[in-house]
Ligand binder design. Structure first.
Ligand code: NAP
Length: 318
């Protein structure tokens, strides 16, 4: 397993990580343990969860339980901001709420430190200096090792890094945003901001919720028990004719090199220098095996150019 530095920090993370938003929802405690233990066995060190994954923080709870006895092999990334209760005091990025949220996450995870504590979404009601100062206090207390952001725009990354620099606070080391072969919008502003200000990108929905595994076929019944078979806004957004058209081209490209489109989806992300870790979600141990293997494909510059010709944002208007 290849490792990369997380932003401008000394932390080395496995290039394939495990997204944990299925835990407590589509995976019970036993299934979670099976997936997490397979990941550890294959050398995955990076586990990404959030307080709001699963009802009442169940993803953190199941992940923490699965990592008992393995804490030193694992890098735990979690997040705060999303609503964890009724009313305006149970969410956001205020100093008051952050101190509440970190205690609750540590309890559910069964650990006394979080490796990467991420601001899940920008909180426009809270000055970024207040958030960064509270997070810096947690770093100094040892409850948190590094901090990151998620769903920030490029300018919000710049604002945060300038604030951290001017106030001598811990800087952000990572930006977690939607990024995959079907949606390359972050390349316009966020990626250049991350490159200039020392953040790694942690792409979420790397497989477009499983679509880029190739298991959904145009005009055929959706495979039972899969995420996109559950009707909802995600399935409507992803299962479009346009996406099936792009998928067919990506499949042809991958197959001409003896690879699968899943290999391409993960290998392409892992080949980007600004991507530290591809946090693919999984519901079964076999999926983790396939996802780890996929990152072995390091695309050449010619191959990257061919993928650009299929998916380049300035051609598709995305
Ligand atoms: P994803 O990685 O694009 O898709 C994961 C789904 O793809 C799995 O649940 C599984 O679905 C399917 N899958 C995975 N490996 C497969 C394989 N080898 N073959 C066939 N199907 C496979 O989406 P994601 O899990 O939602 O995103 C990754 C992580 O990013 C999350 O777990 C979470 O940690 C994070 N995230 C963050 C945000 C944010 O706002 N910061 C938002 C979303 C996600 P089945 O259920 O069909 O088995």
């Amino acid at each position: 397993m290849e490792h990369k530095s997380l932003g401008r920090s000394g932390l080395q993370v496995s290039v394939v990580g495990l997204g944990c938003n299925n835990f407590g929802r589509r995976c019970d405690r036993e299934q979670t343990a099976a997936v997490v233990h397979k990941a550890l066995e294959l050398g995955v060190t990076f586990f990404d969860t959030a307080d709001i994954y699963g009802p009442r923080g169940l993803s953190e709870e199941y992940l923490g339980a699965a990592l008992q006895g393995h804490r030193r092999e694992a890098i735990i990334a979690t997040k705060f901001v999303g609503p964890m209760g009724e009313g305006s005091l149970w969410g956001g990025a205020s100093r008051r709420y952050i101190f509440e949220a970190v205690g609750a996450s540590l309890r559910r995870l069964g650990t006394d430190y979080i490796d990467l504590y991420q601001i899940h979404f920008p909180d426009i009601r809270t000055p970024v200096e207040e958030t960064l100062r509270a997070l810096d206090d947690l770093v100094r207390q040892g409850k948190v090792r590094y901090i990151g952001c998620s769903n920030f725009a490029g300018w919000q990354v710049v604002e945060a890094q300038w604030t951290a620099r001017n106030q001598h606070l811990s800087p952000l080391v990572s930006a977690q945003n939607l990024y995959n072969l079907l949606d390359r919008r972050i390349e316009r502003e966020l990626v250049p901001a991350c490159n200039a200000y020392g953040l790694s990108v942690l792409p979420y929905f790397p497989l477009a919720s499983g679509f880029l595994s190739g298991k959904y076929r145009s005009g055929q019944a959706l495979p039972e028990g899969t995420r996109l078979a559950e009707a909802g806004p995600m399935a409507e957004r992803v299962l479009t004719e346009e996406n099936f058209g792009t998928l067919a081209k990506l499949e042809a490209f991958a197959e001409s090199r003896g690879r699968s489109v899943l290999d391409l989806a993960i290998g392409w992300l892992a080949s980007q220098p600004y991507v530290a870790c591809v946090i693919a979600g999984a519901t079964k141990p076999e999926q983790v095996e396939q996802n780890v293997r996929a990152a072995e494909w390091k695309l050449t510059s010619d191959e990257l150019a061919e993928v650009d010709a299929i998916t380049r944002p300035d051609q598709s208007g995305r």
